[in-house]
Each structure stands twice: as structure tokens, then as C-alpha cells.
Design a protein around this ligand. Structure first.
Ligand code: PEP
Length: 256
């Protein structure tokens, strides 16, 4: 089995101005000294990307956008293209976050177009999926996740190819920003299902290499248990990524 390097990502959502963003990244960089074998990514708001990129300099912090549009330029008022994000220094892009799906009515079809555009421009996509509380209680979790995977990754399926560096994020909607976390066992069950889905649809090498993150109220006191599960390769963190103290504890989870 491939040793998958742990991947800890902070999604700042619509928080922090430019100064606050730069301060947070500087404090994070301080806390990352001598850190090895963990990939660290942050996804600031669009307005702070360039300043954060400058602050990260040649450090190991990876920069992601929280969203992008599927077209590269044109009359799409209010949207942002991959080309613009690349210019701002992003290498990754979060796509299909549950807040995009629910608040902004993004469909699997739209997400698939974005994934396709992102990969064509050389981005590594972080594709999010997750079930709602009603869906979990109705026993349809796996059906919902399968539909999201099949719909959001349609182009990969058509091409019969998923880049090894693709990142998938399982984020149960009921655990995002609620303080409720899936138990390590619940999360592992889903991550295993996702890895098996990748193995069946592509090949075992891809399944072995693709990293699958868990997201949903990850905090310093629950990350170690989550990360000890075989198929959990990292975390996509909202709230706890907004303070250097907690984010640094998360990226240093191995030392706990
Ligand atoms: C998220 O926004 O992806 C997330 C998981 O948020 P939180 O960690 O705050 O639940």
C-alpha cells in the first residue's frame, strides 16, 4: 500500500480581511517550523489570496481557492476563473463544498464541469461530498454519496482516468460547523466505501493513492482518533482553521 502523506486543509470561508489573513498565515508558518510529512493547505477568501501567497513565499503551505467557475473568461459577472486563481498563486481548488451545493444550488453537473476545467488548467481539485442528517437517518447515506461521486466526477469516469493527486473530502453536512463530529468509525466506514468506489471505477493504484479527507467539526481534541483510521488521510477544517493556535495543533496532530 502507498504511504499517503497526511493532508490538513483550512477552509477560511467568508472570514478574515487581508491583514487578518496575513497575520494568520504568518502565525501558522511559525507553528510549522520543523514540521515534516504533513501537507498543509489554506483556502482564504479571494480578496486575500495574493497577499497570502506573498506571505507564504517559498514555504510548504499550499494555496487553494474555495470555488471557481468552469469557464476561463467572459461575461460571467461575479464569477472567478481558474486562470485568475492561478495568477493569484492557487494550486488547488475546493469544489462542491456543501455550502455551495445547498446555499448556491450547485448541482453535480455544475461541479463536474468545474472539476473538468480545474484539472485542464493544472489544478488539483478537492471535491467534497456528504449526506444530510435526514439522508443519514433515512439510511440512504451510501446511495447519496454514490450519486454525488458519479455526478461530480462524471468526466473522470468518461475518460476512465482520475489523476492520482485528486483529493476527495467526505463532509457529512450534519457535522459541518455544528460541533457534531462523525465518530472515527462512522467516518472510516464512509472513507472505505469511497476508496472502494474509486477502485471499482478506476483501478487499485488510483484507489491506493487518492487522498480522502474528513471534514466536519474537526478540532485538536478529535483529530488524532480520526487520523488513526486506515482510510482517513487528512482533514478539511473550517472553524478550527481560523485561529493559529488550533490550526497548528491540527497540523501537528502526530505529536499529540
Ligand atoms: C468545512 O467548512 O469544510 C468544515 C468542515 O467546517 P467546520 O470544521 O467548521 O465544521
Amino acid at each position: 500500500m502507498t504511504d499517503r502523506i497526511p493532508f490538513i486543509a483550512g477552509n477560511w470561508k467568508m472570514n478574515l480581511n487581508i491583514d487578518e489573513s496575513v497575520n494568520l498565515v504568518n502565525a501558522t508558518l511559525k507553528g510549522m517550523r520543523d514540521l515534516e510529512d504533513v501537507d498543509v493547505l489554506i483556502a482564504p477568501p479571494f480578496t486575500a489570496l495574493s497577499a497570502v501567497k506573498q506571505a507564504t513565499g517559498k514555504s510548504r503551505i499550499l494555496l487553494a481557492a474555495q470555488n471557481m467557475y468552469s469557464e476561463t473568461s467572459g461575461a460571467y459577472t461575479g464569477e472567478i476563473s481558474g486562470k485568475m486563481l492561478r495568477e493569484a498563486g492557487c494550486t488547488h481548488v475546493i469544489l462542491g463544498h456543501s455550502e455551495r451545493r445547498s446555499l448556491f444550488k450547485e448541482t453535480n453537473e455544475m461541479i463536474d464541469l468545474k472539476v473538468r476545467a480545474a484539472v485542464a488548467l493544472g489544478f488539483i481539485p478537492i471535491v467534497c461530498i456528504g449526506e444530510s442528517l435526514e439522508e443519514r437517518e433515512a439510511g440512504t447515506t451510501f446511495e447519496v454519496l454514490r450519486n454525488q461521486l458519479e455526478g461530480s466526477l462524471r468526466n473522470f469516469i468518461k475518460e476512465q482516468f482520475m489523476p492520482y493527486d485528486t483529493i476527495l473530502a467526505y463532509e457529512p453536512v450534519w457535522a459541518i460547523g455544528t460541533g457534531l463530529t462523525a465518530t472515527p468509525g462512522q467516518a472510516q466506514e464512509v472513507h472505505k466505501f469511497i476508496r472502494e468506489w474509486v477502485g471499482k471505477g478506476f483501478d487499485s493504484e488510483t484507489a491506493d493513492r487518492v487522498r480522502i479527507l474528513y471534514g466536519g467539526s474537526v478540532k485538536p481534541d478529535n483529530i488524532s482518533d480520526l487520523m488513526s483510521e486506515e482510510d482517513i488521510d487528512g482533514a478539511l477544517v473550517g472553524g478550527a482553521s481560523l485561529k493559529a493556535d488550533s490550526f497548528v495543533q491540527l497540523i501537528r496532530f502526530k505529536e499529540k
